[in-house]
Design a protein around this ligand. Structure first.
Ligand SMILES: [Fe+2]
Length: 326
C-alpha cells in the first residue's frame, strides 16, 4: 500500500464559542443557510448541504467568544496512532477525549501559539432522509438554495503573535502539510505567515502573525465556506446585505495569495468572521511551493486597496476596526 507522507486527511470541523448560542445558530441557519444536524446540552452541530460528515461547524455556549477547537481527520486509524506519537514526541499533546456526536475518540493538541486542535479517525457519515434528502446519490443532503447557500467547509485562518510564525511553520511542516503560499515582509527576516494544506485545496489552514498579539494570545480570525462560482459569491453578499449585514472589508475581491474570490461577514456573538469563497487555485504536486508574497503587495486583495495587514500595523487586532461586542 502506498505511503502517504502526512498524518491528516482533511480539516473536518471547527468549534466556535458563542456568548449567545441561539443567536449564532440562528445566523448560521436562517441567514447563512446551513442545516442543524445535531444538538447536545451545550452545543449545536451544523453543516453545509454539500458536506458529508455529520457536522463541520459546532457552536458551543460559553462566557467567552472565539475558538473552541479545530478538528482534523487522520489519514487512517494507523495514521491517528502515528500522529499522536509524533505530537507527544514534540510536547504538543494534551490528551485523549471521549467520542463526540459526530466523531469517535479524539486526541487534543496545541499548535505553537496555543490554538487547540483535535485529531480523530472515526466519523459519522450522515445522509439525510425526508425533506432534506437529495436525488443525487453523491449528495448527502439536497441543495435547497437556502440563504447564502454555501456548499462545503473549506478552511480556517488563525492569528499568532509577532515572531511566532516561524514556530508555526516548523509545526505544520512536521505534521506533513504542504505550504503553497508564504508571506514575508522582506527576505532579511523570517516569514510572517503562510497557507498549509493536507491535500489539494489551496489551504486547510492559514496562519498569520499579528503584531498586536502577545505569545499565547493567538486568536481565530475566520472560518470559510466554499461556493462553486463567483456569481454565487455575489448572490450571497446581496443576500447578507438584504438582511442588514455588511461586508467587513468592502466589495468582493480576489486574494492575491490563493486567488480565492471572497468577502467576510462578522458574526458578533462568536467574534469570528465568516468568509464566503470560490475559485481558489488547487494544489496537486507534493513538492509545490511555497510561492512567496510580500506584505507591500497586499496578498489579501489583488484588485482593491483593503489591506488587513496594514491595519494590523496600525494597532487593530486582526485588522478589524474594533472588537465586536454584543
Ligand atoms: Fe480565508
Amino acid at each position: 500500500m502506498a505511503r502517504n507522507p502526512h498524518y491528516l486527511s482533511q480539516m473536518a470541523h471547527v468549534e466556535l464559542l458563542s456568548t449567545n448560542k441561539e443567536e449564532t445558530v440562528r445566523f448560521y441557519t436562517d441567514i447563512v443557510g446551513m442545516d442543524k444536524t445535531g444538538e447536545d446540552a451545550t452545543s449545536v452541530y451544523l453543516r453545509a448541504w454539500g458536506d458529508y460528515f455529520l457536522y463541520t461547524l459546532k457552536i458551543t455556549q460559553s462566557d467567552k467568544k472565539g475558538l473552541g477547537q479545530i478538528g482534523w481527520r487522520a489519514d487512517s486509524a494507523e495514521a491517528l496512532e502515528d500522529c499522536v506519537a509524533y505530537l507527544e514526541s514534540i510536547g504538543a499533546g494534551i490528551g485523549w477525549v471521549e467520542k463526540d456526536l459526530g466523531r469517535g475518540k479524539a486526541y487534543r493538541f496545541k499548535s505553537p501559539d496555543g490554538h487547540t486542535h483535535e485529531v480523530f479517525w472515526e466519523v459519522v457519515w450522515f445522509r439525510e432522509t425526508g425533506d432534506r434528502k437529495s436525488i443525487y446519490t453523491d449528495r448527502y443532503a439536497s441543495n435547497r438554495r437556502l440563504g447564502a447557500c454555501p456548499r462545503r467547509f473549506d478552511h480556517i485562518t488563525y492569528l499568532d503573535a509577532k515572531f511566532q510564525y516561524v514556530k508555526e511553520k516548523a509545526f505544520w511542516k512536521g505534521m506533513g502539510l504542504k505550504n503553497p503560499d508564504e508571506v514575508r515582509i522582506n527576505d532579511d527576516i523570517p516569514p510572517v505567515g503562510g497557507l498549509w494544506t493536507t491535500g489539494n485545496l489551496s489551504h486547510d489552514i492559514a496562519v498569520f502573525s499579528d503584531p498586536n498579539l502577545q505569545p499565547g494570545e493567538g486568536v481565530l480570525n475566520h472560518i470559510c465556506y466554499n461556493v462553486d462560482s463567483r456569481e454565487e459569491v455575489l448572490l450571497a453578499l446581496d443576500w447578507f446585505t438584504e438582511k442588514g449585514y455588511t461586508s467587513v472589508w468592502g466589495a468582493p475581491t480576489r486574494h492575491k495569495a490563493d486567488e480565492g474570490f471572497f468577502f467576510y461577514i462578522m458574526e458578533p456573538h462568536t467574534g469570528i468572521l465568516l468568509e464566503i469563497y470560490a475559485c481558489a487555485r488547487l494544489i496537486f504536486a507534493p513538492d509545490h511551493g511555497p510561492d512567496v508574497h510580500y506584505l507591500k503587495d497586499n496578498p489579501n486583495d489583488a484588485w482593491g486597496l483593503t489591506n488587513p495587514f496594514a491595519e494590523m500595523d496600525k494597532g487593530k487586532v486582526g485588522g478589524l476596526a474594533k472588537p465586536i461586542d454584543v
